[in-house]
Design a binder for this molecule. Structure first.
Ligand code: ACO
Length: 311
C-alpha cells in the first residue's frame, strides 16, 4: 500500500528525526506545539518583570549590568520562541493579543512578587534551575525549529543559574541579616518552583500525547524529581534549609522523597488568581500599547523601502 503523509510523519517520529515546517503534520500536533511554544514565549517575556523590579535598585554597578544582560537574554528567548511558533502558521501579533486578553497562559512562577534583592539570586538558582531541567530535554523535541531554539536558550539559562547561585553565595558570606534574607527568599520560592513542572502526572491531561509525539521527553513528575535531586546538595553547600519537612533521602530509589506541593495554589495561579497575575498582564498590555508607534514606524519604513526598490 502507498505511504500516506501520516505514515511518513509516524516514521519520522519513530526514527527520532525532526518534523520541519513544510512537512505534513496532524492538526492536533500543530495545535499542541503552538500552545506550548506560545506559552513558553510568553513566559520569557512576562518573566522579565519580576527581576526588572530590581534593575534600578541593584546594589552595585556590577550586579546591575548582570541583571540587565539577563533580562535582555530573556527578551531574546521570547523572540526565538515566537519565531519558532510562527513557522507553524500563527502570527506573533495574534499570540501577543491572546496573552494580553488572557486567552493564552504563561508560567505560574512569574506571578509571585520579588520582595528583596535575594529574590534575584533565588530566581536564578531555583527558577532558572527548574527551567533548565525542563528545557534541556526539549532540545530533543521532535519539532525542528523548537528543538533548535532550545539549544541556545539552555546555554544562556545555565549562565543565569550560575549568576544566581554566585549572588547567593556572596550574600551567605555576608551578615546575619543577609543570610536571613536568602533563607526567606528560599522559603517563598521553593514550592512555586516545584509547581513550574506542572500538575502531577495523574492530573496532567497533555503529557501522554505529547510524550508519544516526542514533544515532551519526560513527564512532569520525572522532571520535578530530577530537579529536587539536583537542588538538595546545592542547598546544603549554600547553607540554606529547603522548607519541606518531608525531604529525606530514599536509599532504595537513590533519590530524595519530598512533600506534596499545594496543587490548589497552582490551579489558582494558573487561572489568574496568583498574587501578581493582574499586575503582570496589565504591565504587558501597557508596554504593548506604548510600543504601537514603533511597530507603525517599522511598517511605514518597510513600505517606503519596498516602494524605493520597486521604482
Ligand atoms: N504554569 C502555567 N500553566 C501551567 C503550568 C505552570 N507551571 N503547568 C501546567 N500548566 C498548564 C498547561 O499549560 C496546561 O494548560 P493548557 O492545556 O490550557 O495549555 C495545563 O496546565 C495542564 O498541564 P499539562 O497537561 O501538564 O500541560 P503540558 O503537557 O503542556 O505541560 C509544561 C506543562 C511542563 C509547562 C510544558 O508545557 C512545558 O514543558 N513547556 C515548556 C517550558 C515552559 O513553558 N517554560 C516556561 C517557564 S520557564 C522560563 O521561561 C524561564
Amino acid at each position: 500500500p502507498a505511504q500516506t503523509p501520516e505514515d511518513r510523519f509516524d516514521a519520522v517520529i519513530a526514527a527520532e528525526q525532526r518534523i520541519e515546517p513544510r512537512d505534513w503534520m496532524p492538526d492536533a500536533y500543530r495545535a499542541t506545539l503552538i500552545r506550548q511554544i506560545a506559552q513558553h514565549a510568553h513566559s520569557e517575556i512576562i518573566g522579565m518583570q519580576p527581576e526588572g523590579n530590581w534593575l534600578t535598585r541593584a546594589p552595585s554597578l556590577r550586579r546591575k549590568a548582570i541583571l540587565l544582560a539577563k533580562a535582555q537574554d530573556e527578551a531574546g528567548h521570547g523572540l526565538y520562541l515566537y519565531a519558532a511558533a510562527e513557522t507553524l502558521g500563527v502570527d506573533r501579533a495574534e499570540l501577543t493579543e491572546k496573552l494580553i486578553s488572557g486567552r493564552q497562559k504563561y508560567s505560574s512562577i512569574f506571578n509571585y512578587p520579588t520582595l528583596t534583592f535575594a529574590d534575584v539570586g533565588v530566581i536564578g538558582w531555583l527558577v532558572d534551575g527548574a527551567a533548565i531541567c525542563n528545557q534541556v530535554p526539549l532540545c530533543r523535541c521532535s519539532y525542528g525549529p523548537y528543538a533548535r531554539a532550545m539549544v541556545r536558550i539552555c546555554k544562556e539559562e545555565s549562565f543565569h543559574q550560575r549568576q544566581g547561585y554566585e549572588l547567593l553565595m556572596t550574600l551567605m558570606r555576608g551578615t546575619d541579616a543577609q543570610r536571613r534574607m536568602v533563607q526567606d527568599a528560599v522559603d517563598r520560592w521553593w514550592w512555586p518552583s516545584l509547581m513550574m513542572f506542572g500538575p502531577s502526572d495523574a492530573e496532567s491531561p497533555n503529557t501522554a500525547r505529547s510524550m508519544a509525539w516526542r514533544i515532551k521527553r519526560h513527564t512532569n513528575d520525572e522532571l520535578r524529581q530530577r530537579f529536587v535531586d539536583m537542588t538538595v546538595p546545592q542547598a546544603e553547600h549554600l547553607g540554606v534549609t529547603l522548607p519541606d519537612p518531608e525531604l529525606s533521602w530514599n536509599e532504595e530509589r537513590g533519590g530524595w522523597d519530598f512533600g506534596e506541593p499545594d496543587w490548589s495554589e497552582l490551579t489558582r495561579v494558573i487561572h489568574g488568581q496568583g498574587p501578581c497575575n493582574a499586575q503582570r498582564v496589565d504591565r504587558r498590555r501597557a508596554a504593548h500599547e506604548d510600543g504601537a508607534w514603533v511597530r507603525e514606524a517599522a511598517v511605514a519604513y518597510a513600505a517606503k523601502r519596498a516602494a524605493e526598490q520597486a521604482a
